[in-house]
Design a protein around this ligand. Sequence first.
Ligand code: PMT
Length: 357
Amino acid sequence: MTTSDPTSFSAEEYFATQPPPPTLEHDISGVRDFVARQAKEGRKVVLVTSGGTTVPLELNVVRFLDNFSAGTRGATSAEYFLKAGYAVIFMHRQFSLQPYSRHYSHSTNPFLDFLEIEPSADGTISPPAICVTRNMRQDLLEVLTAYKSVHAAETLHTMTFVTVNDYLWLLRAVTQELCVLGKKSMYYLAAAVSDFFLPRQKMSEHKIQSGKGSLHIEMDQVPKILKPMVVEWTKGEGFIVSFKLETDGQLLVPKARAALDRYGHQVVIGNDLHRRKFEVVFVSRKSLPPLPPGVEPEPLPEQELEDPISTTFVETWIRIPVPTSSPNPATNQVKEIEEDIVAELVRRHERWVEEAR
Ligand code: PMT
């Protein structure tokens, strides 16, 4: 395999040929300090990745391909992890949703709509006072209280990526910092990561001109990083949860099983694009006696990945009622599936740590 082969980049080749983002060192020193503080406090730490990565088509970028994700899954889950006592490294796509502020997203619940200018007693607005509309106060108070207490406790560390290259470099570097916590670390990979990219060496320097007819681009495959993440970066010590997004629900379980079989991590959460807010499936291996050190599990035969009553894998569905109307922005009181996803993961992580003892 060489870098001139258009379809195959190993993770090692990728990092040897693609440049790191300029702020990597600075970003990682922030993570190092954060992890050291949490280690001192004895907290578990979860890395939450969130939002979609882009693939720029030019070095002076005007055009890029994007991956679908608003960041809802990641931002919402981060809040529930914080509530459960975890410290959170929230690695998200720049300008995608973030914990707490997500409740007041400019497009679905713009905050200016529930602020009022309070007239003074004599009917003038001098000096002007701004207050929150009465029916929004309780909800805002709850969100603000949680937000302030997380800030005071310094248990949330945020960092951003834009391109798939930023994402891969950051993921590797953050993982290498977090792995000092061993089994107390969790990796919750909810970001929607590009499968194809243009190596820097093949990119046009300037804006691609449109006067030459149709555009043909050959992209290389982004290396699958879960395997090195499990085996090398975390040395098998981290509790790793990946997501599988499909639009054909029938593919969810077999694809999730295949990912577990290939990468050897702990859980794949399958979600169907249109049902993801009220239904997900946890796929994991049934407990097996540990293999001797250095022995890799045999790859499974194809039919085991499809078998409805598998002897190797177990599926757990999490469902919440499908909302019948859109949430009331004044109360924001809807059940969120991330509450149950995180509760289940916290239980499993705890059990995993206990079993290791
Ligand atoms: O933010 P929302 O709008 O709420 O949407 C949430 C979501 C649907 C995006 C989220 O729940 C989700 O499914 N995220 C993962 C989507 C995705 O990238 O799936 P995938 O099939 O491309 O990748 C599967 C897994 O492999 C991912 O966990 C990824 O971290 C990992 N991967 C991906 C690419 C790559 N080169 N190496 C990897 O290891």
